[in-house]
Write a protein that binds this ligand. Sequence first.
Ligand code: NAP
Length: 355
Amino acid sequence: MTQSSSIKGNADFEMLAGARGYTGQALINLLSTHSNLDLRHVSSRELAGQKLKGYDKRDITYENLSVEDVRRMPDIDCWIMALPNGVAKPWIDAIEENGNSQSLIVDLSADYRFDNTWTYGLPELVDRSKIAKATRVTNPGCYATAAQIGIAPLLPFIDPNSYPVIMGVSGYSGAGTKPSPKNNVENLTNNLIPYSLTDHIHEKEISTQLGKEVAFIPHVAVWFQGIHHSINIPLNKTFTSRDIRNIYQERYEGEPLVKVIGESPLVKNIAGTHGIEVGGFGVHSSGKRVVVNVTIDNLLKGAATQALQNINLAMGYAEFEGYVPIPHTRTWPNERDTDTSFPGYHSKRLPVGAR
Ligand SMILES: NC(=O)c1ccc[n+]([C@@H]2O[C@H](COP(=O)([O-])OP(=O)(O)OC[C@H]3O[C@@H](n4cnc5c(N)ncnc54)[C@H](OP(=O)(O)O)[C@@H]3O)[C@@H](O)[C@H]2O)c1
């Protein structure tokens, strides 16, 4: 085994379930530069037996782990679940039974987002001290993170007789690696696919977390990575665009991952970066409704970056350890862009320079 000098003596051992997937791979990129977290096991049925690429702290081989294996792994300090919705529960039950109840579990699926015994990990909007004390953290959804950041500052000013409407468009990595019409590039070319027009799980998540009903209409587009929201927010009094921008600037002052800008943010600027951009602030001539635009990289702040923020907070490390806390720091180019054997590679993806 190779041991990197970046791992200190008191490293915490991690296990990543769902390591072949898009969010799993994004997490591996981040964990590979973290000073204290020491990845020990990565699970994948499809890649079992293959060497993990892009992680040079030690040699790791993908394992096809079973629930029984998980029950026999008491030495793991942090379990990261990057499995599809509905798949993680037996694994989490096994962790609960393996006698190490103090180990941290961070789940990227939606399965525990409505379970009050888990802590909802959106550090910019949740009390960070709650995350710091938590051992069970449910990582927010990607669309849901961006929508909450885009609406939260205006909660006291929303017209009580109406509700925000979020039109969201995601790149197709949001649909995961399992082939479907929503991640088929040929189907997406010259196309925009609306889906789950009402009652998408993130509609419930956003409404529950904000304590305010919202409507959310998701779409998927042909780009790979990044989400755009246009959010219409009805107001309870008249505002100017400048008033609204000031409210957002004050709310997110000191938050390194949230950047408030005047113009509408663009997906091509956020893709591959750790942050969120909020802007637009188009106020209707009545002054009683505003359209806010938000962009986020669904795989980073929408998944892996946020998971790492939560792990750092819950394990007592600096919140931004493991990545550079500047919204515009690109994580590209990386192996995914050039390695045709990587499951997420698609020859029709735009070249790096074009994004
Ligand atoms: N993609 C996004 O933008 C995004 C953003 C935020 C949150 N999330 C959430 O994060 C989770 C992972 O998403 P993803 O996009 O990374 O998914 P993905 O690319 O489809 O990857 C799924 C992973 O789970 C494994 N897997 C699938 N079915 C399994 C099963 N029955 N038993 C064991 N392993 C299984 C797959 O590997 P093998 O098939 O090789 O075992 C793969 O590693 C999901 O819950 C998703 O909702 C995704």
